[in-house]
Design a binder for this molecule. Sequence first.
Ligand SMILES: [Mg+2]
Length: 252
Amino acid sequence: MAPAKMIDPFALPRLYPLATPPEPEKNWALFFDLDGTLLEIARTPDSVVVPHDLIRDLAAASTALGGALAVVSGRPLAEVDALLAPLRLPGAGEHGAVVRLPCGSRDEVDDQVPGEWAEALTDAAADKEGVSVERKVHSVVVHYRRAPRFEGFFKHLCAELIQGAASEFEILQGKMAVEIRPKTVTKARAVELLMQGEPFRGRKPIFVGDDVTDQDGFRAAEAFGGKGLDVFVRFAGLPLEVRRWLKSIGRL
Ligand SMILES: [Mg+2]
């Protein structure tokens, strides 16, 4: 009988992409999205797990960059702070609606989604198992990760709600979530505000994110001579790879 043929693993087609993050540089200002970038996405927003060394690695990277490290999330700032406690980094909540500057002061937009829209979505979700409505100060989000069959229904309802006010509000299609937000609220706002002052000013902004809302952050970073790093393109779609890279920044 002929001997079994050995399989050469290097001759196999690659089934998953490799992470190819850039070499960190001392003059960077770093902006990180949170969910899907530093943290694995969970079934519900409150069931995310914060790896035990993430806080330490973020603190070390922040120190290595002279404090020019920010977290820019779609979550309210208080939630970001609770997840990353005891760290209170500069950055933004609600996609840039609330920006915390390095001195600790906050810059917040006035625009808010009308309360009756949030109520209409909450009413519609009441009899739909697996759908939850999250009311933020400035926007409203419908999460349907556990019931994706309702995606079409809620996208349609959101479109109906903003009809007539489409110049002021927009619909954001996230991962298993749809959100209505004021058009003045984008992650670019956070980058632009933070880049105006120390210790961010004059540095090269690098924005790391995984979702559509991060594209605004990418564009803002590019406008300041930096760049955006898409988690899917540069980190094989894995927050684990982003965290591995974050460790190397702390050693700069
Ligand atoms: Mg994300």
